[in-house]
Design a protein. Sequence first.
Length: 640
Amino acid sequence: MKKTYLFILYLSISSVFAQNYLSKTNSIAEAEMKTAVQQLNIEVNPNTANYNITYHRLEFTVNPAVKFITGKVFTTYTALSNMTTVTFDFANQLTASSVKLGATNLAFVENTNNELIITLPATQTTGTSATVEINYSGIPPANGFDSFVQTTHNGSPIIWTLSEPFGARDWWPCKQDLNDKIDAIDVYVTAPSQYVSVSNGIETEAPVINGANKTTHFHHGYPIPAYLIAIAVTNYQIYNQTAGTAPNTFPIVNYIYPENYASSVVDLDQTLEIMNLFETLFEPYPFRNEKYGHAQFSWGGGMEHTTVSFMYNFDRQLIAHEMGHQWFGDKVTCGTWKDIWLNEGFATYLAALVVENLDGVDAFVTEKAGMIDYITSSPAGNVYLTDAQATNVNRIFDSRLSYNKGAMVLEMLRFKLGDALFFQGVRNYLSNANYAYKYAVTTDFKTQMETVYGQSLTEFFNDWIYNQGYPTYAITAQNWGVGQAKFVINQTQSDFSVSYFEMPVPVRIFGAGGQQADLVLNNTSNGQILITNVPFPITSVEFDPQRRLIAAASSTVTLGNQNFDLDSAVSIYPNPSSDEVHIQIPGTLTLEKVIVYNNLGQKVLENSTLDFSINSLSTGVHYVNIKTTNGTYHKKFIKK
């Protein structure tokens, strides 16, 4: 039912906005949403919070023709407080046969709350480590997570896993909350010898054949959360590539269905240029000491398992999205599901950067236009989730907000900071020791960007991340003397949570001789008047031609009266005012003196600058003589 609804929605969106980009992004979001269908019933498990896992040795025996798993899991952990028991997340449908600490058999209980509770032989004190061995087997539950799937492709059996966000416990005893990363894992997959097994990391030795079975060993030496550990087994055909620049190269290993091999190889050749782009923009691939790669599986969309993304096919956007997650989601992982945009918004934006850098500016503008139209198809919607929203799977993996709005917020942040500061801030975020191969939340990312910007970004994050909606701009432009133009900016908001969206506003001006120039208007308030230098008289104006802003399509720039009156070009604002006024004069004039008189004709203030305080003046009407090199202009203002 959920899948059908999403598909209808996504066709409707595609037909309205005619954007192939949206179709693909929604497909990715739908796949990730479906895996999480029961998150609503699960919360953080406080019973697993008293220890830190440092190592797993995972031994799995499977047959892709049968939905069943036999496992032996060795877990090394460190106590964070004194412990008499240790609890693991473990599906009710699985059965543990024994638990050991070295050669000692331990008592254990499987409760009805998807937990395995092990009684330790003595109190384990804070800071000490131990390794427990759990032997288990069973049929992993079909509970909507699609966490352990047995199916076929072209008549051949396959088993694959996908644990985001809470499905790891469905097929092995683990700690699956976003508060711990395992320092390293070894994965041993035993399956009938005619099949090829896949997992995280690299094969450190040749597979070992024992009778009819084959055991394949993978080692992953980087910190990893439980939901990113995965296996897949079927009759894969392997296609190898090499990424990086000699001597710093690393393998890309692709596991492909034989029936798709020829076409997949062609599609996968895009991988290298995408990898090169991301390494150039951000930093070297975070797991380059091991591998990157792809494994085909049977669910539409993809999943960013560390070092090996599972995919239905090898569309360029899907390759880019899942590869982008290796930095944003796998190296630095969102610290709560409320911060999911740090994973999905970044991955969506990186896929758009591929369009910008490989297809050109025009294609990038079209890409962003599709995102903006989708975002503004509804008036509300916050990027950072509330506590209640973080229990709603549809909301967590919302394509419009977590994916597209998250991506466009990054584009706006890039526009506000400029390319150099934006990319440096993102690189700092990725390399910061507090987040690298660990977890990060939205405030962590904000801090890194503020550090490079040198200014607060609280207003920006409040408007675009924490609160809701978007602006509709109504801008008027007027030629304002030789070499100048006057812009008046007004704005309405689609949602009451934001009083005003403060952003630089890009416009493109055109002249009678075919000239064009791009201007940026630093808009901070409604009704704001900005007089700026222009290289030619304006004949028309275009709003945000490169689609840098989330704004309603109905936003406009209107060119006003072309007749220029020098007297009207001299103005005083804000008017009325209570504390300060500013005098605006064309660039062709030079200010000599400002004299202010009260309504009795008495001189009450004299000044030689365009900005001055009126705090000392009484309330009421005041008259101003503005003396310039071109004569004196008479104005009045009201002191509130």
